[in-house]
Design a protein around this ligand. Structure first.
Ligand SMILES: N[C@@H](CCC(=O)N[C@@H](CS)C(=O)NCC(=O)O)C(=O)O
Length: 267
């Protein structure tokens, strides 16, 4: 089994948490979307949306995050010898869908300093154009990515888009806060897939230094956040990349790559 992912990608984190929690072995391929690696012809041919994560088991390829996680659950059940596989409850599934409905894209980009954001966006557009020249048969799909890149810039100038994304997030966090005052974990007393979906979202808010605004003022979420950070899966998937000096290292490495390639005009 192969997973194409990146430590920065929120959906990749969800899938990796599921893999770690269920102790499933897989071959890991890092594809950094900030350096435009997801536009490389070989990857793009398999996945013309260029989105992460992608999960592959033989000829079976899955692109949808929730479907990947449910597939992992089934593999875990089979490999533990349990014929009586119990699918996640409807409550767990409902939380998974609810969390997945919030798209972190505009919210995240809006909290990145404008000059960094524009630099990365320009770099990625150049990468797309360079890859298009390498694989003209994929031009339609590359054009579509180029269009999305311009549309994203457009949307980020529209205050209404950001307002809606923030309102959606606040509504979700308020529901989570209410739920956590009744149960230890999001969908009951046991850690499950609903938590796997929620943890990366909280980690994203912390990465953007927004914990005072969204986490610290919600006591149940704050308590929960401390609890889940103790898990080995959290430490391996998120903590390892985004705590202390490692966070700087992770970010600086990507930044240097971009500056260097731009300087050499190598995309
Ligand atoms: N395939 C996912 C969505 C994945 C997604 O939006 N991935 C983001 C990172 S978390 C991405 O790869 N963005 C890069 C791009 O759009 O070029 C799903 O539908 O569940």
């Amino acid at each position: 089994m192969q997973l194409y992912h990146h430590p920065y990608s929120l959906d990749s984190q969800k899938v990796r948490l599921a893999l770690e929690e269920r102790q499933i072995d897989y071959t890991s391929y890092h594809i950094n979307p900030i350096t435009g690696k997801n536009m490389d012809v070989s990857f793009f041919r398999m996945n013309p949306t260029a989105k992460l994560p992608v999960f592959q088991n033989g000829s079976h390829i899955i692109f949808n995050t929730i479907e990947i996680i449910q597939y992992i659950e089934r593999i875990a059940a089979v490999s533990s010898g349990g014929e009586n596989f119990i699918p996640s409850s409807s409550e767990v599934l409902e939380w998974m869908r609810k969390i997945q409905e919030w798209n972190p894209k505009y919210f995240t980009l809006a909290h990145v300093p404008v000059n960094y954001r524009l630099f990365v966006s320009k770099f990625i557009r150049r990468v797309i154009i360079a890859r298009m020249a390498e694989a003209p048969d994929l031009a339609t799909s590359y054009h579509s990515k180029l269009r999305t890149a311009y549309e994203t810039e457009e949307k980020l100038r529209n205050a209404e888009v950001l307002k809606r994304s923030e309102e959606h997030l606040v509504k979700l966090l308020d529901e989570v806060e209410t739920k956590l005052s009744a149960t230890l974990y999001l969908a009951g007393e046991e850690f499950n897939l609903a938590d796997v979906m929620l943890i990366p979202l909280l980690a994203r808010l912390v990465l953007l230094k927004l914990e005072d605004k969204y986490i610290n003022n919600r006591p149940r979420i704050l308590e929960y956040w401390h609890l889940v950070q103790q898990r080995a899966s959290y430490k391996k998937v998120i903590g390892m990349y985004f705590s202390g000096w490692r966070k700087q290292k992770t970010l600086v490495k990507t930044w240097c790559f971009l500056r260097f390639r731009s300087l050499l005009k190598r995309y």
